[in-house]
Design a protein around this ligand. Structure first.
Ligand code: ADP
Ligand code: MG
Length: 256
C-alpha cells in the first residue's frame, strides 16, 4: 500500500507558448486516494496540465505542490522520484522485453545495487533482486497479468500491453499516478477490465489518480472529482453528477 499519500495541489497555473495561452490560471487539488479526472474538448489544455505535473513542460507561472513539497520546475526524474508516476498515451514499453523485466526496470528508482545489470553478485544484491521480483509478481497479479510475466510485452494483446504499462508505473510505488487516456483504443471488454483495475489502485492501494480520458462513461464511473477545461480555462469543477449537467460544460462539448 502507498505510504504517505499527500494532496497534489495545482495553484493558478499558467502555461504560455509563443503567442498562445495553453493554460490560464488553472487550480485543482487531487485529494489523497481519489480519482480526479481532467476533461475537456480538444486543445483544452489537458495534455499540457499533465506535462507540467510530470515536469515535461515548465509552468509560465503558478505552482504545483505535493504536500508541502514544491514540484514546480523540477525535472521529470525528480518528480518521479518524489512519487508521481505517469503512463503515456502511446505505448512506451520495449516490445521484446518480457513483462517481468519491463516491470523490474520500473523499480529502478527504488534500487540501490543496480540488480538488473549487476555483474558482481553480492548476497545483498541477490536478496534485493529477489524481493523486487516478488513485488513485480504481486503487482502483475494485481492488474491481472500475473500469468504473462515471461511474455515479451510486444506479443501481448493491446489491452494487456496498456495494463503492463500501468503495472510498470505501479512498480515505482507512486503516491500519485497520472493516467493519460488509459482506455483509448481498447475494446469494451478491455475498458471494463482497466476501469476495474484503476478503481482497485485507488481503493486497495490508496493511490491518488489524475485521469485524462475521453471516454465519458469511464470518467463518470471512476472519478470522485472532475475538472473541466476549455481553451485553457477551468469552466467547471466538482463531482461527476454535478459537472455532467453543468450548462457551460454541455455548451463546451456541443460547441466543438
Ligand atoms: P488537449 O490535450 O486538451 O487536447 P493540449 O494541452 O495538448 O490540449 O493543448 C492546449 C493548447 O496548447 C493547444 O492549442 C495546443 O496546440 C497548444 N500546445 C500544446 N503543446 C504545445 C507546444 N509544445 N507548443 C506550442 N503549442 C502547444
Ligand atoms: Mg491531449
Amino acid at each position: 500500500t502507498a505510504t504517505d499519500v499527500l494532496p497534489l495541489r495545482v495553484e493558478d497555473l499558467t502555461v504560455r507558448f509563443a503567442g498562445l495561452t495553453a493554460l490560464d490560471g488553472i487550480s485543482l487539488t487531487v485529494e489523497p486516494g481519489t480519482v480526479h479526472a481532467v476533461i475537456g474538448p480538444n486543445g483544452a489544455g489537458k495534455s499540457t496540465t499533465f506535462n507540467v505535473l510530470s515536469g515535461v513542460y515548465r509552468a509560465t507561472s503558478g505552482t504545483v505542490h505535493l504536500g508541502t513539497r514544491e514540484l514546480t520546475g523540477l525535472p521529470p526524474h525528480r518528480i518521479a522520484a518524489l512519487g508521481v508516476a505517469r503512463t503515456f498515451q502511446n505505448l512506451a514499453l520495449p516490445p521484446r522485453t518480457t513483462v517481468a523485466d519491463s516491470l523490474l526496470l520500473g523499480r529502478h528508482r527504488l534500487t540501490r545495487s543496480g540488480f538488473v545489470t549487476a555483474g558482481l553478485r553480492l548476497p545483498s544484491a541477490v536478496r534485493e533482486e529477489r524481493a523486487h521480483r516478488e513485488r513485480v509478481r504481486e503487482i502483475a497479479e494485481f492488474v491481472g497479468i500475473g500469468d504473462q510475466l515471461d511474455t515479451p510485452t510486444g506479443a501481448l494483446p493491446y489491452g494487456l500491453q496498456k495494463l503492463a504499462e500501468l503495472a510498470r508505473a505501479l512498480c515505482m510505488e507512486p503516491s500519485v499516478l497520472l493516467l493519460d487516456e488509459p482506455v483509448a483504443g481498447m475494446t469494451a471488454d478491455e475498458r471494463r477490465r482497466t476501469a476495474a483495475v484503476i478503481a482497485g489502485v485507488r481503493d486497495s492501494l490508496g493511490i491518488s489518480i489524475v485521469l485524462v480520458e475521453h471516454d465519458m462513461g469511464v470518467v463518470m464511473r471512476l472519478a470522485d472529482e472532475v475538472t473541466v477545461l476549455d481553451f485553457g480555462r477551468r469552466i467547471a469543477a466538482g463531482p461527476p453528477s454535478r459537472v455532467q449537467n453543468d450548462p457551460a460544460v454541455i455548451q463546451a462539448y456541443l460547441g466543438t
